[in-house]
Design a protein around this ligand. Structure first.
Ligand SMILES: Nc1ncnc2c1ncn2[C@@H]1O[C@H](COP(=O)(O)OP(=O)(O)O)[C@@H](O)[C@H]1O
Ligand SMILES: [Mg+2]
Length: 327
């Protein structure tokens, strides 16, 4: 049976809306039961958990867990916290990208062991590639898999809102990196590249870039620092050097595009879809555009009384995205 501590942990995680913690404690209860010979109960409990998890589907999109850590004071304006419930399996990417991310997760899971022997787990990642290929989402996946809070820092906002004091604000952010283990996402880090900003900002932006790089170098925290850029060509070579890994997110290949579509339409199913016709209209579309087209086609199908998407609907929706994307 469950120990008193486990029951308390269950109630606490339920109250906090921390679903993944709730299930993980429930699994511990099952494991304990199995060890003490109650294999039938353990088995039933595991099945219940599996069922409940899949029935909940994508809980993060409806019932968000209540944040446990909230940045306070001045930091509140700089960091937005969330607790994503994303998994690596939610991300449809090239095997090479998946392997890199799996490696990061493994090193994080085994961080203690690596540290004992004087090694540091990979913790500074630069994600580069076209818009809509899953870079921002990846930060959520890392947080979800490692059960860490995700802190979003949008540099563009930081720079425009705190003109003249951005470097000082950045120090506060890195103090938080040190104090609270989490995934810290510096999204659209190319805002620091300078080129895109008005001339009178350049001095300030240079200063911020330099302090960003210094903080990155000095970082010895247990947090993960993820920087993402849709415009890597704007980034200084000096930026690339500072990261433990640079991961490139290409536009989907034909096969990946099919996978994205199948995944997004998994509730309706894609039986009967003529993939050859789909292939003709997916080229050049990002994962995000494919996802939007699927959502559009699925709603179209449901609203017209069908219970699955026809090839024609999907082709039309994909064409629509191509127009929207200017392709
Ligand atoms: N590789 C991917 N696999 C599955 N869905 C994706 C992927 N890339 C993007 N998406 C979908 O598009 C949305 C936007 O992607 P995002 O991560 O913001 O792209 P980026 O940061 O690279 O511009 C995601 O929330 C997700 O719904
Ligand atoms: Mg993004």
């Amino acid at each position: 049976m469950a120990t008193a501590d486990q029951v308390k942990a269950l109630v606490r995680s339920h109250a906090a809306g921390d679903e993944s913690r709730f299930y993980s404690v429930a699994l511990q209860v099952a494991a304990r039961a199995a060890r003490s010979g109650q294999s039938k109960f353990a088995q039933e409990l595991r099945e219940l958990i599996d069922e409940a998890k899949s029935a909940a589907g994508r809980p993060s999109r409806t019932a968000r867990p209540v944040p446990v850590t909230q940045p306070r004071g001045e930091l509140a304006g700089l960091l937005a916290v969330s607790y994503p419930d994303l998994r690596l399996s939610d991300l449809t990417v090239e095997p090479t990208v998946r392997e890199r991310l799996e490696r990061v997760l493994t090193e994080q899971h085994q961080a203690e062991r690596l540290r004992e022997h004087g090694f540091r787990p990979m913790h500074r990642l630069l994600l580069v590639g076209s818009p809509g290929t899953g870079k921002t989402m990846t930060a959520g996946v890392l947080a979800g898999e490692l059960r860490l809070p995700l802190f979003l820092i949008r540099l563009e906002v930081l720079i425009t809102k705190f003109m003249g004091e951005t470097a000082a604000k950045l120090r506060m952010v890195f103090d938080a990196v040190e104090a609270t283990r989490g995934v810290y996402l510096f999204d659209e880090v190319d805002a620091l590249a300078g080129d895109r900003s008005s001339a009178n900002d350049v001095g300030e932006i240079r200063r911020v870039l330099n302090s960003f790089l210094q903080f990155l170098d000095a970082d010895d925290s247990a947090s993960l620092i993820v920087a993402a850029s849709n415009h890597p060509q704007l980034l200084d070579r000096a930026v690339f050097r500072r990261f433990d890994a640079v991961v490139e997110y290409p536009l989907p290949t034909r096969e990946i595009a099919r996978e994205v579509i199948k995944q997004r339409l998994s509730t309706l199913g894609t039986k009967g879809v003529v993939w050859k016709q789909i292939d003709e209209v997916t080229a050049g579309l990002s994962h995000a555009e494919l996802t939007l087209a699927c959502e559009h086609a699925a709603k179209e199908a449901l609203l017209s009384g069908l219970d699955r998407v026809t090839t024609g609907m999907l082709v039309a929706a994909l064409r629509g995205r191509r127009h929207a994307a200017g392709g």
